[in-house]
Design a protein. Structure first.
Ligand SMILES: Cc1cc2nc3c(=O)[nH]c(=O)nc-3n(C[C@H](O)[C@H](O)[C@H](O)COP(=O)(O)OP(=O)(O)OC[C@H]3O[C@@H](n4cnc5c(N)ncnc54)[C@H](O)[C@@H]3O)c2cc1C
Length: 428
């Protein structure tokens, strides 16, 4: 993982004087110290090559946005509080499931998921060619399994609308299902088959993105610590002070701090309503080869990885910023694994881990500029789908940096949580 600042882009860290400045008015201190180059204008008249973009957070969203911004000519720095990919992105199962994750209707969130999924093959090809690393993209397809007659109701409803957006969907009966997945238990009554869904190995994807950023000239700073000051600099940009990597000045700041993104409210009058939802997950080494598809049920999912492991996830619990696994959380997954696949009945998972999903009040991500501070762009709150949504999010961040609109009528913007805001779920 990356350490001290490196890369071939001109640095804009602030001076020692600034680093010791207190949070109130520290941008003023930076300016007075004269050691940091402040942008003259935050307007879009400047060319991308002269615009400094500071990305806060080095998970999948920060890294993919950084790579995209660098490809579009911006000068990009990523400050990661700890290790790149060390939080939710490294913990994820890596499923790319726009249909299984959208069971109700083809709304804007479904369109975003489908758009991102459609981008994946080319995005991964470019990433793998550039870095020489495989991210193990596999078009396994998925099976949403019914263990109760009542489950068929929602599967039928899904089949009806989802088959307009993809091909090969099928509602399978028990015998057809077992032909596709012989290891499923007799209790599996049928399934909705969705051949288009796929998955990646999330830690490898994060590693490849880190490498792609490096090759694209992005300055990567790990162990920067938490933000200890963030201040708008009148008409020019934003000053950011970190606990571990000094102070930085930039024309634009993109907040990609996952479950921690609410930190912004400590420094600016902007409430970023993101909170952590813990996901506990486990893996059975050597057991993945017997399962051919991603399998979803109402209680758990299973996905076989190239290394032979079978990943089973995941709990959704409220535990603050606690990332430990519990006996109860992993125990529930183990019981369900044995029920769904009898060959796992007496097998304990080889390992368990947990990550903190960045959740918003309505389950949709927050992607957009902040009206009260237009130099600030939010790209956070991706909850259960940050891996799936990374190429589309990066493209939107790139567009916003270039002063374009997001192509979605700003429905993912923070305005939806303001008192005057309107959302699909009637918040505000
Ligand atoms: C168990 C589990 C399974 C999942 N499975 C899937 C899946 O199959 N498919 C899918 O699409 N999604 C999945 N997800 C969701 C997905 O992992 C997240 O939506 C995604 O990783 C969010 O990415 P991120 O970059 O926003 O957040 P993170 O990966 O959490 O990255 C945020 C980064 O910001 C850093 N940071 C925090 N504060 C600061 C600060 N002040 N300054 C600088 N850096 C800071 C953190 O250290 C962290 O590295 C899963 C999540 C979990 C927990």
């Amino acid at each position: 993982m990356s350490g001290a600042p490196e890369g071939n882009v001109e640095a804009r860290p602030a001076t020692e004087v600034a680093m010791s400045a207190q949070s109130a008015g520290f941008a003023e201190s930076l300016r007075a110290a004269g050691g940091a180059k402040l942008a003259r204008s935050a307007g879009f008249a400047k060319s991308a090559q002269s615009i400094e973009v500071l990305i806060l957070g080095g998970g999948i969203i920060g890294l993919s946005s950084a790579w995209e911004a660098a490809k579009r000519g911006f000068r990009v720095t990523v400050l990661e509080a700890e290790e790149f990919g060390g939080q939710a992105s490294g913990a994820a199962a890596g499923m790319l499931a726009p249909f299984s994750e959208n069971t109700e209707s083809p709304d804007a969130f479904f369109r975003l998921c489908a758009d991102s999924h459609a981008r994946y093959p080319d995005w991964v090809r470019e990433l793998e060619e550039l870095t020489g690393r495989s991210v193990e993209l596999r078009g396994s397809g998925s099976l949403n399994v019914a263990f109760h007659e009542a489950d068929f109701l929602s599967l039928r409803a899904r089949l009806e609308w989802q088959s307009r957006y993809g091909t090969g969907f099928e509602l399978l009966g028990a015998s057809e299902l077992r032909r596709l997945e012989p290891e499923l238990s007799e209790q599996a009554l049928g399934a909705l088959y969705c051949p288009g869904e796929s998955h990646v190995f999330a830690p490898k994807l994060v590693g490849a993105l880190e490498e792609a950023c490096r090759r694209a000239g992005v300055r990567l700073v790990a162990h920067a610590g938490r933000v200890a000051g963030l201040e708008r600099v009148a008409g020019t940009g934003v000053a950011v002070r970190t606990a571990g990597a000094g102070s930085w000045l930039a024309d634009r700041v993109v907040v990609c701090a996952g479950a921690w993104s609410g930190f912004v409210r400590e420094w600016l009058p902007v409430d970023v309503p993101v909170h952590p939802i813990r996901g506990q997950i486990c893996a059975y080494d050597g057991k993945g080869g017997r399962i051919r598809h991603m399998i979803f049920s109402s209680q758990a999912y299973w996905v076989g990885k190239k290394d032979g492991s079978l990943v089973c996830g995941a709990s959704e619990d409220v535990a603050g910023f606690e990332r430990s696994v519990t006996e109860q959380g992993i125990g529930r997954l183990t019981r369900w694994s044995g029920r769904a696949m009898p060959y796992l009945r007496d097998v304990s998972p080889s390992r368990g881990w947990a990550g903190l999903r960045p959740a918003t009040l309505d389950g949709w991500p927050l992607i957009g500029s902040v009206p009260e501070a237009p130099e600030l762009i939010l790209a956070c709150g991706h909850y259960r789908n940050g891996i799936l949504l990374s190429p589309a999010t990066a493209a939107i961040v790139g567009d916003l940096l270039q002063g374009k609109n997001d192509g979605y009528g700003n429905v993912f913007g923070i305005e939806r949580f303001s008192p005057a805001g309107t959302t699909r779920r009637g918040l505000g």
